[in-house]
Structure formats: structure tokens, C-alpha cells
Write a protein of this length. Structure first.
Length: 136
């Protein structure tokens, strides 16, 4: 689907706050309410907008441990291709845990899978940026 200038304006507004009313979106974009409604319906129908959700502050609800786990898939006969990431690892998992013990148990569990050759876990110390990109 080729996005129009109006589509891009609407998407940029709702990625910042998906709870805005159609009237508020129209005001911020300078597009009529009916046009906003029609564009949003079309974007939903085409699957460009697939869901609306809240962005949580996980630290405030107790999820203090955030990790990236790189996984090297072993040369198992049933594994014929892995296309998840480039570089020395085949896949990367982003996960959040309430405690380090939960994270440790998770890592130890995936290391027991016969197709996992090795893992490398990186603890996230701070999130510097976690935003949506602007559609241009």
C-alpha cells in the first residue's frame, strides 16, 4: 500500500497517542474528521494499523531485569535454515523478567534445547531511546 501524505500525518499522530479521538487527530493533522476516519479505516483494513496498545513503564510494575539473549543455533539435522539476524548469532530474544533468578532459569532452559549451540546474554542497564519512528 502506498501511503498518502494524509496517511503519514495520521500515523505520526496516533503512534504518539493512540487514545486520541478522531476530532483530536483531525485538529492535530489539519484534516477533516470524516477524512481521518476514512483513512484510519482503510489503514486498518490494509493491515497497516494492526492494533492499538499502551506503552508500559515496566520498571514501575516490578520488571527490573531486561535482557537481550543471542542464540547460536547448532547444526541439527532438522534445522535447515535460520533467517532471523545477521552476524555471529542466528537469533536474538528480547525479554523482561521480574528477577534475575527468573532470567537465569529462562536462559538455562533454552540452553537445554538440542538445537541451541550457545547463548550470550546482555543485561540492559538503561533504555536510552524506545520510540516509534516518524513516517516520512
Amino acid at each position: 500500500m502506498e501511503l498518502t501524505a494524509k496517511d503519514k500525518k495520521i500515523l505520526n499522530v496516533i503512534t504518539q497517542n493512540s487514545k486520541l479521538s478522531l476530532r483530536e487527530i483531525a485538529k492535530k493533522t489539519g484534516i477533516s474528521v470524516v477524512t481521518v476516519m476514512n483513512h484510519i479505516k482503510a489503514l486498518e483494513k490494509e493491515g497497516v494499523i494492526s492494533k492499538y496498545s499502551a506503552r508500559l513503564n515496566y520498571e514501575k510494575i516490578g520488571y527490573d531485569v531486561e535482557v537481550l539473549i543471542e542464540i547460536k543455533i547448532s547444526n541439527h539435522p532438522n534445522v535447515f535454515a535460520v533467517y532471523d539476524i545477521t552476524g555471529p548469532f542466528d537469533a536474538v530474544v528480547l525479554a523482561r523478567f521480574l528477577t534475575r533468578r527468573q532470567m537465569d532459569n529462562f536462559v538455562k532452559t533454552i540452553q537445554t534445547y538440542h538445537f541451541v549451540e550457545r547463548t550470550e546474554t546482555k543485561l540492559v542497564l538503561n533504555t536510552i531511546k524506545d520510540d516509534c519512528i516518524e513516517i516520512i
